[in-house]
Design a protein around this ligand. Structure first.
Ligand SMILES: NC(=O)c1ccc[n+]([C@@H]2O[C@H](COP(=O)([O-])OP(=O)(O)OC[C@H]3O[C@@H](n4cnc5c(N)ncnc54)[C@H](O)[C@@H]3O)[C@@H](O)[C@H]2O)c1
Length: 339
């Protein structure tokens, strides 16, 4: 495909607005339409993006013959059915993570994607596009750490006293499905995609009692055993006092790689009467802004036939399978097998 990819975006919330802005700077594509059920979000798209075509539902985007691809940035509980509808309407799809909250829904999406082999279906595991994670993966692939056997990874968000994620919890799948799913995907990627066997999780509510109602926690730890001896340990938190801190260690027989040590926003360090300090990264977008832009560029290139897809539905299904088992373990208190 030589002409520009005509893209529509569904969902203009916290992340959707940012994706929409970045699409304007993405080579080889044109943002032609958007949808959101909220009038104020549609008004935002008209005012900020100059976008004329703003609908209150996905259907008109899927029916439009001049839309080649959709970017789904909607609540996770809608991802599977919207991805299926978009594929059946002949559109390429970039769907935000996780693909779905349940493995059977992921598998249904995979089945429909198999029936539409000409269309691209990518899942937004943005960290695979982050230059530091990508370089670390290349080093693991090239044997720098020998045989990798342990991944320790964390996703820790700045505490939000307003509790956005408490309202979000019923549709997000909870702390592990929403946050650790990134670390789970990274662990599989760094360890060479081993099959997961068992999971154990524990967690607590330290600041947000509203989470109790939906069985969620604001701090959690999980362990996963993989076939062949590899292991992963995950920590997720919604209550960091200083900023967003994503960090991963890949431990191998001949070395260790550490990606994202600390929460420093930039390379500015202040030394003064209070000691030595730096500003902290505020949120996931500040940490991964470049990766989000690279991800959109990769999606557009893949749809235009210029490069292979860098995230697959199969990987997304495995990430959901592991996150589901971890969430089951959090609730049961038992070690859960993964099959
Ligand atoms: N990759 C990442 O690091 C990352 C970060 C944040 C969020 N996400 C994912 O992005 C998705 C959205 O998260 P968010 O934080 O932007 O949530 P949000 O609640 O701020 O936004 C959701 C958007 O979807 C719209 N919406 C609701 N129902 C809809 C429907 N039926 N059709 C079309 N639009 C609909 C809402 O109006 C809103 O615009 C989630 O799946 C989340 O897991 C990924």
């Amino acid at each position: 495909m030589k002409s520009n990819l005509r893209v529509a975006i569904a969902g203009l919330g916290r992340l959707g607005k940012r994706h929409a802005r970045q699409l304007a700077f993405t080579r080889g594509c044109e943002l032609v339409a958007a949808c959101s059920p909220l009038a104020e979000e549609r008004a935002w798209a008209r005012a900020e993006l100059g976008l004329e075509r703003c609908h209150d539902s996905l259907e008109p985007l899927l029916a439009a013959s001049d839309v080649d691809a959709v970017v789904l940035v909607t609540p996770t509980s809608l991802h599977a059915e919207q991805t299926v509808a978009a594929l059946r309407a002949g559109k390429h799809v970039l769907v935000e993570k996780p693909l779905a909250l349940r493995v059977e829904d992921c598998e249904r999406v995979q089945q429909v994607a198999r029936e539409h082999p000409a269309q691209v279906a990518m899942v937004g595991f943005v960290r695979r596009f982050d230059p530091s994670y990508a370089r670390a993966w290349e080093q693991v692939r090239d044997g720098r750490v020998g045989r990798p056997f342990l991944v320790r990874s964390q996703t820790c968000d700045l505490n939000d006293p307003e509790g956005f994620f408490v309202r979000f919890a019923p549709s997000s799948g909870g702390l592990f499905m929403d946050c650790s799913v990134h670390d789970i995907d990274l662990a599989r990627w760094m360890l060479g995609n081993p099959r997961a066997l068992r999971a154990f999780a524990t967690g607590s509510i330290v600041l947000h009692p509203g989470l109790q109602e939906c069985g969620d926690v604001d701090n959690g730890l999980a362990l996963v055993e993989f076939e062949g001896g590899a292991r992963a340990a995950f920590y997720a938190s919604r209550t960091m006092p200083h900023g967003h801190e994503t960090r991963t260690e890949v431990v191998g027989t001949e070395g260790i790689l550490e990606i994202g040590h600390g929460a420093a926003r930039d390379r500015v360090v202040a030394r003064d009467a209070h000691g030595v300090s730096h500003a902290a990264t505020a949120d996931f977008f500040e940490r991964f802004e470049q990766a989000f832009q690279l991800e959109l560029g990769a999606f557009v290139d893949t749809c235009r036939g210029l490069s292979p897809a860098r995230t697959t539905l199969a990987d997304a299904t495995e990430a959901t399978r592991i996150a589901e088992a971890i969430t089951r373990s959090l609730r049961s208190g038992a070690v859960e097998s993964i099959d």
